[in-house]
Structure formats: C-alpha cells, structure tokens
Design a binder for this molecule. Structure first.
Ligand code: SF4
Length: 238
C-alpha cells in the first residue's frame, strides 16, 4: 500500500512528499540540486562526504540529505549561512589534503561556495605512489576523496567481486586490495565499474592515463608491450 504523503517545507516552500524519500530526493522534487560527492545513483548512499548537509529546524546538528528520511512537518533550510559554512569547510579540508585537479564537479563546488583551497596550508597532504599493475586501469590515490563509490560498485551494489576495500586507519585510511595485492592477483574481473563511478579520476583507464601524461598511441602500445613482457617474465620466475 502506498503510504499517505506528508507535508514538509523546503526554503519556505511547502510541498507534499512520500514519507519514504530522503531529504535529497525531496529537494530534487522541487528542482533543486544538492551538492554531494559520495552519492551516486548506482550505489548505496552512505552519508560519507557530508557535503549534502542541510539544516532542519529543531535539530542540533546538520542532517546529511542523502541518507536522512523526511518526516511530517519538517522544515528545511538548504542554503543558510550555517549550511554554506559547513560545505565550504569540507571543501577546504578536502583541497588541503587531496589532489582535486581532475575533479571538475568538486572544483565547481569550490567556486560555488567560495572555498579557499589554501585555507589550511599546514595540512598533511595525502601522498601515495601511482599503482599501475594491470593492463586496464591506473590507480592514483593522491586524487582519492574516499567517497567509497568504487568499493560499493565492486561489491554489493554492482559487481559482487569485492576486490576493493578500505585499508589503514584514521588519516592513513585508503582504498586498497586485500593485503595490498596487485590487482591481477585479486578477484577483480576488470569490469570498469569502479572507474566509471570515480568522481576524481583517481581511477582512470590506462590509455587515457598515458594520453594525459603526454604519450601518443605508439608510445602507449610500446609501453604496454614492455609491461606485458615483464609481467610474463615475473610469472615464469614464479
Ligand atoms: S578511488 Fe575514486 S571512487 Fe574510489 S573512493 Fe577514491 S575517489 Fe571514490
């Protein structure tokens, strides 16, 4: 049975919505976008990036719009100074630690919220070597915002292969394979779903990666042949 609609107010506009929708879905129903990084329509919302927070009257804390359900007579403010400040700070913290140079949507959000990427100059930048260990894609986790989309796409949301997981703790948390095994030694089937949902180009198809590095197709072919040869040699050597 379809539940009775409830009434909520968004930025002064009263609307009727199903009690089963999230705040983000309710906000979208009146044509408003909510800024977000970790949300992707193909993966389960986890409320990780917190960029989608909105103010709910009577609530002590801001509510992540992607995972919070509407409630009758809720009054939301999606663009108050408190909301804008929270979003701006999140973007500034991300900019201070992560290479966002290939994340155009986040760059746009930085502009929209007038975030200062230099606000935390002493912040410890996340540095990790580029992982180029398979014929299909390259992993550059200096660009990773830990949105978890790739892990979800690799797991229960799409592919059910579970090659990717979270590794490390606290500030050292990162996306990893189990025991940091090279990708060909994991359960990865190279479906490409993780690459498709990555919002920052931390995961990139190999040809695109090398074209971006300034190589041409001949150089890329040569590079691939060399890598294949060295990987077959490694296998032979056991
Ligand atoms: S690699 Fe990409 S999709 Fe995976 S957590 Fe990092 S930013 Fe998100």
């Amino acid at each position: 049975m379809t539940p009775e609609p409830i009434t909520i107010t968004i930025d002064g506009q009263q609307i009727s919505v199903s009690p089963e929708v999230t705040l983000m879905q309710a906000i979208a129903s009146i044509g408003q976008d909510t800024p977000v990084i970790c949300f992707h329509e193909a993966t389960t919302s986890e409320g990780l990036c917190r960029l989608c927070v909105v103010e709910v009257e009577g609530w002590r804390t801001l509510a992540p719009a992607c995972v919070t359900k509407v409630a009758d007579e809720m009054v939301l403010h999606t663009d108050s100074e408190r909301v804008r400040r929270a979003r701006r700070t999140i973007l500034e913290m991300l900019s201070s630690a992560v290479d966002l140079s290939e994340a155009p949507a986040i760059q746009q959000q930085i502009d929209d919220y007038q975030a200062d990427p230099e606000r935390f100059p002493e912040a410890h930048r996340r540095t990790q070597p580029i992982l180029d260990d398979n014929p299909f894609y390259v992993r550059d986790y200096e660009k990773c915002v830990l949105c978890w989309r790739c892990v979800q796409a690799c797991g229960d949301d799409l592919q059910f292969t579970y090659a990717l997981s979270l590794g490390g703790r606290g500030y050292e948390t990162k996306i990893a394979t189990f025991f940091n095994a090279p990708m060909p030694e994991t359960t990865c089937v190279f479906c490409g779903n993780c690459v498709a949902v990555c919002p920052t180009n931390a995961l990139k198809g190999k040809t695109e990666f090398y074209l971006d590095q300034g190589m041409d197709y001949d150089q890329i072919r040569l590079q691939r042949r060399r890598q294949q040869k060295s990987s077959s040699q490694d296998k032979k050597n056991g």
